[in-house]
Design a protein around this ligand. Structure first.
Ligand SMILES: *Cc1c(COP(=O)(O)O)cnc(C)c1O
Length: 675
């Protein structure tokens, strides 16, 4: 075996730049053992930073070189089985692959990352398409009790992105903007990301892909033009032409214009081009809240789509007809991206059964609205389950657990209670250690105490402050030394979301108050790494959105896989998976008054904590008790088969991608093979 520095370095770089290490523990451990490795440093940067002195100690280490060879051989074998031609393009404004690739803001992006990972596991012929944001999403800092935002410039090549050499040009208003195409490997799936920060662009054009969800409506329409129109062009520039596109939320909708343009250029008339575009596309909507939908004011659309309309000889009014909803306010009505996507895709879905229902109602005035289906979100088990617990699962349940095989999960009763207890305690301790490292006083936290987690974006509908509506009741719980309870909160508020920021400040202020008794903490700068520590360290996962505004929610699914029990409003995924015994349902009020509703629902949480959760957790000797563990096991048996991203992507494959490919096949054979 050739073991020169050059070959070993090349192997390490390949292992570090293929993000399979985010779910393949042996590779992650190998990379973490290299000199200079750190939790906040991408392994590509670690490998690139190895110096002569490091190599002097690495190259004679045969055991290490054997491990590198073995991991590299395994990755190579995996990549050899990769499908030759991707058939599906999954397009999203954000992807959460790892906290070390800061190209996501929250649930939507992490879902997209998990989708790619599960597609790799299932060996689906799928590629991802997104943007590369030079400054990613912001880092949250707390000054006083206020959130401030700090952006860090990132170098794509030190985050594992590889230059494809391809460039595409997109008309953005009057300007032709060039975008560079990067590629990020995620197991057997490639993610292509467009970046307008290239020297030949104007300063304004270079700034289009500067940051995720920052800036105004104009900045957003510019980003979406690059993502949509540029996205399909990027795939073609690297020699791919997937038959089916999957738009993850309306941000990607302009891709449909590029599809239409392609069909027009191939000789179809407009109606036929629309039909062909529909055949090969699917759309997933993610918000049940009308205000959450992407809309653009007509003058802005005229500025940015006028050129497209002229070039393709399609009246702008036609595009507006496809994108307006009678339900929207304003005259003329805004360009509604969700409506545009619904009108131009062959199938659409919401992200939980309840959200499907709500979406059918929300889009009742759009013809395609009535047929919106549902694929409930899932999470990538290997990414989210604590590696030690994952090993225990594999040893006792067999390999099928991570794909959600019910047979595997049915063996949960065979798990060793003592091992599970030890892992849960270790998880709490690691979370407490992390809290200490964040500079927060965690001295009154206890690795044996009932630990409640709440972490997600500080969007107001998620009501992070619901518990604070009864401060005296909360203080009493926090003061109880006989049955200690501790709360861990985390989350960022969107920089422009003032009410969301106020919520966050309230939580931070309470965490520092005397009433918190050092048992209510807020961890700043929430990201995937903190999330993992919380799932493994929390006994109960609290989720109290205003029903039915949480389209799915996924953090609870990640907590559930790690053995955390839900205490949640019956919304999103929990509405369909709660069975009366695998966690707790917070009662929902039907009052029209927000104050009455919040009071009622907060009281329900307190009742559950006081009468059910605390008594069960402390129901006898041992922490937690056998009865608590029984509930945790029931949680695993009932939810394990349902909450994985493998189940989710298999549903997409069977219910949406398969039929779309069939539509495309029929359309192509129908047109006499002229295309
Ligand atoms: C899972 C996850 C989310 C999504 O949480 P929801 O429960 O869907 O709101 C947000 N941020 C991070 C870092 C996550 O891991």
């Amino acid at each position: 075996m050739d073991r020169t520095r050059i070959t070993v370095e090349a192997k390490l770089l390949e292992l570090a730049s293929n993000h399979r290490w985010t779910w393949h523990a042996p590779t992650a451990e190998l990379l973490a053992s290299l000199p200079g490795a750190a939790a906040d440093r991408h392994p590509v940067a670690t490998v690139a930073g190895l110096e002569d002195g490091d190599w002097k100690s690495l190259l004679p280490d045969d055991a290490l070189l054997d491990r590198i060879d073995a991991e590299h051989d395994e990755l190579t074998a995996l990549l050899e089985s990769k499908p030759e031609r991707p058939e599906i393009a999954y397009v999203s404004a954000e992807f959460g692959i790892s906290e070390l690739v800061p190209q996501y803001s929250g649930g939507l992006g992490i879902l997209a990352g998990d989708h790619l990972k599960a597609s790799s596991d299932l060996n689906l012929p799928l590629v991802g398409v997104g943007l590369f944001y030079r400054e990613g999403f912001f880092h949250q800092e707390i000054q006083g009790v206020k959130q401030t935002e700090r952006y860090e410039r990132c170098d794509p090549e030190l985050l594992g992105f590889v230059d494809t050499g391809a460039m595409v040009a997109v008309d953005v208003g009057k300007e032709s903007v060039e975008a560079k195409v990067w590629k990020l490997a995620v197991g057997r799936v490639d993610l292509y990301a467009l970046d307008t920060d290239v020297a030949t662009n104007s300063a304004d054009a270079r700034a289009i892909t500067d940051r995720l969800y920052s800036g105004d409506e104009e900045h957003r329409i510019q980003q979406e033009l690059i993502l949509g129109i540029g996205g399909l062009r990027a795939l073609r520039a690297v020699g791919l032409d997937p038959a089916v596109v999957h738009l993850n939320e309306g941000h990607a909708g302009f891709l449909l214009l590029e599809k239409i343009q392609t069909e027009l250029a191939a000789g179809a008339d407009f109606d036929r081009a629309v039909e062909l575009t529909k055949d090969g596309s699917v759309f997933t909507t993610h918000t049940p809240v009308p205000a959450g939908i992407d809309r653009f004011e007509p003058p802005l659309v005229e500025t940015y789509l006028g050129q497209w309309a002229e070039t393709n000889d399609v009246p702008l009014e036609t595009l507006f007809e496809l994108a307006t909803s009678p339900d929207d306010e304003g005259e003329p009505k805004p360009f509604n991206m969700a409506v545009f996507c619904l009108n131009l895709t062959g199938a659409a879905n919401g992200v939980s059964q309840l959200h499907g229902e709500v979406s059918r109602r929300l889009f009742a005035s759009v013809p395609a609205g009535a047929s919106i289906g549902a694929v409930t979100n899932g999470v990538h088990a290997r990414t989210w389950v604590d590696p030690e617990l994952a090993e225990v699962f594999t040893a006792t349940l067999g390999d099928g657990w991570e794909a959600g095989d019910p047979d595997a999960w049915s063996r949960v009763r065979d798990l060793d209670d003592q091992v599970i207890k030890r892992l849960r305690t270790a998880g709490r301790q690691r979370l407490i250690d992390l809290i200490g490292r964040s500079g927060i006083d965690g001295t009154n936290l206890d690795p044996d105490a009932l630990t409640i987690g709440f972490a997600r974006r500080f969007a107001t509908y998620k009501r992070a402050d619901l518990l604070l509506t009864e401060p005296a009741r909360l203080a009493k719980l926090l003061a109880d030394d006989s049955r200690p309870i501790q709360f861990v909160f985390a989350g960022k508020a969107h920089p422009a979301d003032k009410p969301g920021k106020q919520l966050m400040s309230k939580i931070v202020a309470f965490s520092r108050s005397a009433e918190s008794n050092g048992r209510f903490v807020f961890i700043p700068d929430y990201e995937m790494g903190i999330a993992r520590a919380m799932y493994a360290g929390c006994d109960v996962w609290l989720n109290n959105p205003i029903r039915p505004r949480e389209a799915s929610g996924t953090s609870g699914e990640k907590a559930a896989l790690n053995g955390g029990l839900q205490c949640s409003i019956l919304d999103g995924w929990w509405d369909e998976m709660y069975d009366g015994d695998n966690g707790w349902a917070i009662a929902t009020s039907s009052s029209d008054s927000p104050a009455v509703r919040d009071k009622f629902e907060a009281a329900s949480i307190y009742r559950l904590l006081e009468k059910e959760i605390l008594p069960l957790f402390y129901s006898g000797a041992g922490r937690p008790t056998e009865r608590w563990l029984d509930k945790v096991k029931h949680n695993w048996i009932t939810l394990g088969p349902k909450v994985t991203a493998t189940r989710m992507v298999a549903d997409y494959r069977d219910q949406l991608y398969g039929p779309a490919m069939e539509r495309v096949r029929v359309a192509r054979s129908g047109s006499g093979g002229s295309r």
